[in-house]
Design a protein around this ligand. Structure first.
Ligand code: NAD
Length: 294
């Protein structure tokens, strides 16, 4: 079996946002290996043998508009990986980089994405529970312009508890809302997101600092370990643990997969779901198991 053929990226044009570091860089490395012509976008320089790189701020509308003019006319797959941590004082920037900019880029490029093409995002296990904000997210998604969205954020900033979590939840809501919308389904463009668990990348230090109420990286690292790793005696993932599956999701291997929010977290969120379901049913697993054997 020809593996390059199976993935379907050989000679294909692919755009990757957030390509300079971490998961996006890993995704690019695999895409290059698979023969894709990678157009790599990042606010920082991209140090990879790509077809073309663009140093662009993906949280800024004017920069995105300029980028759109430069990107290829025909795109086979779009991968958006860019993201920043949720520090106090930059809440709006987090919405723009981690969600709204990604929605905007997608919609600007949609008519250039080929039939049966794909769009794949990186959300987060931090977006778990996205259903709670779904109607709010749909309201935001349906606003007609970037300016309207910025106004909406201004009016709703008090309702947003964590800027990082909200942006990631909006991204998951977007995938769910759009997968069967006319613009995606008519041309069979697939749309999915992966949800990484704790991964050691260029963002780790920022995540540590932004998680600690005192901005202390060591305290933050301990808090993150407690939330994401301790319950399963786990370990942090590497960028390729996320970047490679993301490439698979956007490839022809997953040609029948759309609208999916794929948790890559070694079962962490499944264990949260398990706990919540058992609690809501007020039963232990032993009781359920015993009942099922009666
Ligand atoms: N590292 C984790 O534990 C973790 C967990 C869950 C989700 N994520 C998400 O994974 C994605 C990839 O992040 P990573 O962990 O690989 O971190 P990273 O910092 O290594 O990669 C993020 C990339 O985004 C780029 N970027 C940031 N702001 C930008 C902007 N305004 N315009 C253009 N590019 C910009 C950065 O320069 C960087 O190259 C992010 O969306 C992040 O939120 C990370």
């Amino acid at each position: 079996m020809d593996l390059k053929k199976l993935f379907g990226f050989d000679g294909k044009t692919v755009v990757v946002g957030g390509a300079a570091s971490g998961m996006g860089k890993s995704a690019c490395e695999l895409l290059i290996e698979l023969g894709a012509k990678v157009h790599a976008v990042d606010i920082n320089p991209v140090d990879l043998p790509v077809e073309k790189s663009y140093q662009t701020d993906l949280g800024d509308k004017d920069s995105i508009d300029n980028l759109i003019n430069e990107l290829p006319e025909k795109i086979d797959a779009l991968f958006l990986c860019e993201g920043i941590a949720g520090f106090k004082g930059r809440e709006l920037l987090v919405q723009k980089v981690n969600f709204y900019g990604q929605k905007y880029i997608t919609e600007c490029l949609l008519n250039r994405i080929v039939d049966h093409g794909s769009v794949t995002y990186i959300s987060s296990v931090g977006g778990f529970g996205w259903q709670q904000i779904y109607t709010k997210a749909v309201e935001l998604i349906n606003l007609p312009s970037w300016e309207d969205a910025m106004k909406w954020y201004e009016e709703h900033h008090k309702d947003i508890e964590s800027s990082y979590v909200f942006a990631k939840q909006c991204l998951l809501s977007y995938v769910t809302y759009k997968c069967h919308s006319k613009e995606f389904i008519e041309r069979k463009i697939r749309i999915n997101a992966i949800n990484p668990g704790d991964t050691t990348t260029g963002l780790t230090d920022d995540f540590n600092k932004s998680t600690s109420p005192n901005g202390d990286a060591i305290e933050g690292a301990a808090m993150i370990e407690n939330i994401f790793l301790k319950s399963w005696n786990g370990y942090a993932a590497e960028p390729k643990d996320m970047g490679y599956p993301m490439v698979v999701v956007g490839s022809d291997i997953c040609s029948y997969m759309s609208g999916q929010l794929i948790y890559i977290d070694y079962g962490l969120t499944s264990s949260w779901t398990n706990g919540a379901l058992l609690k809501s049913n007020n039963k232990t697993i032993e009781e359920i198991s015993a009942e099922s054997q009666e």
